[in-house]
Design a protein around this ligand. Structure first.
Ligand SMILES: Cc1ncc(COP(=O)(O)O)c(C=O)c1O
Length: 363
């Protein structure tokens, strides 16, 4: 099958194409926390089912206070949105960048939005031989006075590579000189070993040319709720974003969930313990398999490259889906060819199943 257009979460589509009931597919493509929703969120929604009968607070004041407590950002700098996707879209629409540089391979929405806004896009390649780690010097050399925006995802989907806060500061200083903005997508940041050392969130109090986007879909396992947020110290830009944003785009249940999920300390701790321990265990197991190259990851997923000519990512995809295991063939990402697979960390027994099947295919 040619799965180039299939997103990680498209279980319904795969289920129809392969005639497999959706609930029998183990989805290693969605990058969603396998622990499921925090109990606090379930209880809040269950106990407030009638929240759907009223509009949420259009200013999202209490929600923004909860996000501010969790992130350390100034509540006035925050905008709540319908998933990080709405924030990415609104920010680019408001900024209208004539020229954007997108650190790639990356999530496809940045390019789509920058082009929809009428601008041109330069894809800055993360290099395989550099382990897909950002070379700041190479990126800085590409920035000119024509650059309006640099987009960076950290940890990056699909490579898992991360940029530390000091490097972000250096990049922001460079962009300031060129009157350019940085948008960082921190959808996977809570899975990093040391969140403080890599997040751009504290820099939103210092730099006005920075927009940080975060979601809750992955870490808090709620892609169907659609809750994300953005932080930006540039009041004029925030105003423009709010002018074009539809009111109530965060629904009552998502608003309610957002007010309790960040307080779910036990859930947060259990998630990090599970992901960080499985991440090192899986890395050790994968490194034993001959013919694949694994890249360092700070996310809840792995990217690996098939180093053999006789087997492609599509072969792996097809081999695994027969076992009801769904992984992501990365051939649709820029700068990746048909030899890259991405899969996310799930529960230990599911991870074992995947490792086992992979081993069999690659033997
Ligand atoms: C890097 C990245 N950003 C944003 C999103 C979209 O997330 P949300 O559900 O918060 O809109 C995804 C989804 O896969 C993603 O991988």
């Amino acid at each position: 099958m040619n799965d180039t257009q299939i997103h990680g979460g498209d279980v319904g589509l795969i289920s129809r194409m392969y005639n497999i009931p959706a609930d029998e597919i183990i989805n290693f493509g969605g990058n969603v926390n396998p622990l499921g929703l925090p109990e606090e969120v379930k209880t809040a929604i269950r106990d407030n089912i009638n929240a759907a009968c009223s509009y949420p607070d259009v200013t999202y004041l209490e929600l923004k206070k909860a996000i501010a407590r969790y992130t350390g950002a100034d509540p006035d700098s925050l905008i709540a949105g319908n998933g990080s996707t709405e924030l990415i879209s609104l920010f680019i629409k408001a900024l209208k960048p004539r020229e954007s540089i997108i650190v790639s391979p990356a999530y496809s929405e940045y390019k789509r939005e920058a082009e929809l806004a009428g601008g041109s896009v330069v894809l800055f390649p993360l290099k395989e031989e550099e382990g897909f780690v950002l070379s700041l010097e190479r990126l800085k050399a590409l920035v000119t006075d024509k650059t309006d925006l640099v987009v960076l995802c950290s940890p990056n989907n699909p490579t898992g590579s991360c940029v530390d806060t000091d490097t972000l500061r250096e990049l922001l200083d460079c962009l300031k000189e060129h009157n350019a903005y940085l948008m960082t997508d921190e959808t996977y940041i809570e899975f990093a070993d040391d969140v403080k050392a890599v997040s751009a969130m504290p820099l939103t109090n210092e730099y006005t040319n920075l927009f940080v986007v975060r979601g809750t879909s992955k870490f808090f396992a709620c892609p169907g709720l659609r809750l994300g947020y953005g932080a930006c110290a540039d009041a004029a830009l925030r105003e423009r974003v709010l002018e074009i944003k539809d009111p109530w785009s965060v629904n009552s249940y998502a608003e309610l969930a957002g007010r309790v999920m960040f307080l779910a300390e036990d859930f947060i701790k259990r998630t990090r313990t599970l992901i960080l321990s499985e991440r090192s265990r899986i890395a050790a197991e994968l490194n034993k398999i001959k013919g694949i190259k694994l890249y360092d990851t700070q996310a809840n997923f792995f990217l690996f490259r098939l180093m053999r000519d006789d087997i492609t990512a599509n072969d792996i995809f097809e081999g695994l889906i027969k076992k009801r295991i769904l992984v992501r063939d990365c051939s649709s990402f820029p700068f990746l060819d048909g030899h890259y697979i991405r899969f996310c960390i799930r529960m230990p027994e599911e991870n074992d199943l995947l490792l086992n099947e992979l081993n069999k295919i690659l033997q």
